[in-house]
Design a protein around this ligand. Structure first.
Ligand SMILES: Cc1ncc(C[n+]2csc(CCOP(=O)(O)OP(=O)(O)O)c2C)c(N)n1
Ligand SMILES: [Mg+2]
Length: 467
């Protein structure tokens, strides 16, 4: 049963791969691009997809495509369709294709899970919602906001779900993730709540701040697209959306709530500090001052993602990061995806010098497609995150002149910023233009965000205790 298997991430991607033709297969020749057997490629993909097919039979091709795409949409996970080259221009019959019946909740199970959850909420003096990434993936965030407003329950997000809930909402607390929380107020609030409603949350080592989160099962309700768990009871056969809709329409007397930290907006940049050297803390503060609802921050792995936990702007911007699998080199290519998918959004890429060296040349594709990402390269002279955990020559990388890449790809504008004022001015300039902008920030070698500082202490402690 594919949905039970724990995959890293949930990406509804349809991989369409060309393949040797049906005729080519008859005598089993050695062919270029064939790894081992004609089946090998599909079998490798079977490990990371929820459905796969090789379209060898014209009569069944259409129903196979429908089966895979339906699985992709239902499970929000990748599928693989292999197309032998001699089927590409064939006409295939498309009538009488069976379609999967919509999945329904079992009404008794739904009632039982809901009844147990509501009685916990009724009894709670200090409930909190931990809004998870599935609220964005299944487009159900508005149900949770409605529920929070009706019951007057505050909401925190985690690193993976940052921005799934409007961060300028009066019930929003910030990002929770144990030691990686955006601030101590959020951490204390969530950890002292008598019930934590984890709605659409993936519990991962990273989003739970490397095992520093304190959320025991006895005071949590965890509802995801896979199951609902209320304290120690697990309920299957419940559709995530049905459970959220029922919660959003339930009648509960509004709770008493006073915001522990309502003054989280970044402090404006003063004239007197313009010529100060840039620090990581100020990078996120200055960026926050420039963000609005037309922006989408895309954070790569490194202090880009840890520091981004603290981004909070008066006007809600989107946020995307590979905060589960944590794959370096994600952000520049992802900005192309964001700009193509949502033409009205301006991507703000936060990428370390190390991660930029992996995939930064994709800036060339952005230029070719006429896209306009603002790429902020945080140049701290190597693998700053790893240096915090274990110092060594393996954290050293070649120094590049990052701002010159625009000359190389013959479009866009490159700038270097060493001070707070220079970064602020570079951002304003980039925002006024519709071209690719690359801003290289010179960050002192050992300067890190508060979140990375806290996490590095925990990781060092863990390593020490394992020895
Ligand atoms: C593909 C991949 N390789 C290696 C790592 C391990 N790793 C995590 S952070 C990091 C250093 C990142 O360096 P940089 O992009 O310069 O960001 P900084 O830590 O300096 O902010 C490394 C090597 C990873 N997460 N993903
Ligand atoms: Mg670096």
């Amino acid at each position: 049963m594919p949905s039970r298997v724990r995959y890293a991430e949930k990406s509804p991607v349809v991989v369409v791969s060309g393949a040797p033709g049906r005729k080519d297969r008859e005598k089993d020749p050695l062919l270029h691009h064939k790894v081992k057997t004609f089946e090998t490629q599909r079998r490798i993909y079977d490990e990371v997809t929820v459905a796969s097919t090789v379209l060898l039979d014209e009569q069944r091709a259409a129903s196979e495509i429908v089966r895979c795409v339906e699985a992709c949409l239902r499970h929000k996970r990748p599928v693989y369709i292999e197309v032998p080259h001699d089927i590409v221009d064939r006409e295939i019959p498309i009538t009488g294709i069976p379609s999967a019946a919509p999945e329904k909740s079992d009404p008794h199970t739904l009632d039982a899970a809901l009844g147990e959850t509501l009685s916990l909420i009724r009894a709670a003096k200090k409930p909190v919602i931990l809004a998870g990434v599935e609220l964005a993936r299944y487009r159900t965030a508005r149900l949770v906001v409605r529920m929070a407003e009706q019951m007057n329950i505050p909401i925190a997000a985690d690193l993976l779900s940052k921005s799934a809930i409007p961060e300028n909402h009066c019930l929003y607390l910030g990002v929770y993730g144990g030691a990686m929380s955006s601030d101590e107020h959020v951490r204390k609030y969530v950890e002292s709540a008598d019930i934590v409603l984890m709605l659409g949350t993936f519990i991962t080592d990273m989003s739970m701040g490397f095992y520093t989160a304190r959320l025991d099962r006895g005071r949590t309700v965890l509802a995801t697209s896979e199951r609902v768990s209320v304290q120690y009871h697990c309920y299957d056969s419940i559709q995530f959306r049905d459970f959220l809709e029922a919660l959003a329409t339930a009648r509960i007397k509004p709770k008493h709530f006073s915001h522990p930290n309502s003054h989280t907006l970044p402090k404006p940049l003063k004239k007197a500090e313009q010529s100060d050297a840039l620090t990581m803390v100020d990078v996120f503060r200055i960026l926050s001052l420039h963000l609005d609802e037309r922006g989408c921050v895309i954070a790569d792995i490194g202090d880009s993602i840890f520091g981004a936990v603290g981004i909070r702007s008066a006007r809600q911007a989107q946020f995307i990061a590979p905060a589960y699998y944590m794959s370096m080199g994600f952000a520049v290519p992802a900005s192309i995806g964001v700009a193509m998918a949502a033409k009205t959004l301006r991507p703000y890429v936060l990428v370390g010098d190390g991660a930029f060296q992996m995939t930064g040349v994709e800036i060339s594709t952005a230029v070719r497609l006429g896209l306009n990402p603002i790429i902020i390269v945080l140049n701290n002279d190597g693998y700053g995150t790893m240096r915090r955990i274990r110092e060594g020559c393996f954290n050293t990388i070649t120094q590049w002149d990052y701002s010159k890449i625009c000359e190389l790809v013959r479009d866009g504008e490159g700038t270097i910023a060493c001070t707070k004022g220079e970064f602020d001015a570079a951002l304003s300039r980039a925002q006024k233009s519709n071209r690719v902008h690359l801003i290289e920030l010179k960050i002192p070698r050992n300067d890190v965000s508060d979140q990375l500082e806290r996490i590095a202490i925990e990781v060092r402690k863990m390593r020490g205790s394992r020895r």
